[in-house]
Design a protein around this ligand. Structure first.
Ligand SMILES: [Ca+2]
Length: 150
């Protein structure tokens, strides 16, 4: 029993999560991660939910090893932020219902890596209306600008 729950929680290189809360650990945490890793963890929640990310531990080789937080999936998502070095990043909120964490390490100098917890949070119908209202306004401005140029 103890052995099976340990293997369940053993840090892995990447994963796919749909739970409303969870833990993301660099491979081998709290020992050092390995060299030459490219791991991605994807969190998918229902539309209308974002996730809070909280960094409990963070340490990578500066510049060469880094953790990226991307909105959407690995292929088409945009990078929200990239973290590297010894400083523990501040908590952040990803507003998209799908968020990907991507970790890269190069060929040398490994560190303990990271321990991140996430928690889903509904943005509510008010938040959704607000963001669509903003895109309509932006569209209006673009149309107006295009008209002025003609
Ligand atoms: Ca390295």
């Amino acid at each position: 029993m103890v052995f099976s729950s340990w293997s369940l929680w053993r840090p892995q290189c990447g994963g796919s999560m749909t739970d409303f809360s969870g833990v993301i650990l660099s491979p081998g945490f709290a020992g050092n991660y390995q060299s030459s890793l490219d791991c991605s963890w994807r969190v998918r929640l229902p539309i209308g939910f974002g996730i809070h990310l909280q960094f409990l531990n963070f340490s990578t080789e500066p510049v060469h090893d880094y953790l990226e937080v991307r909105s959407g999936n690995l292929e088409t998502g945009t990078v929200i932020d990239r973290f590297s070095g010894p400083a523990v990043p501040d908590a952040l909120f990803s507003t998209t219902h799908e968020t990907t964490l991507f970790f890269h390490s190069d060929y040398s100098q490994n560190k303990p890596g990271f321990h991140v917890v996430y928690q889903g949070e509904g943005r509510g119908p008010g938040a959704l209306c607000q963001s669509s209202g903003r895109s309509i306004r932006q569209l209006g401005v673009r149309l107006q600008t295009a008209g002025d140029e003609e």
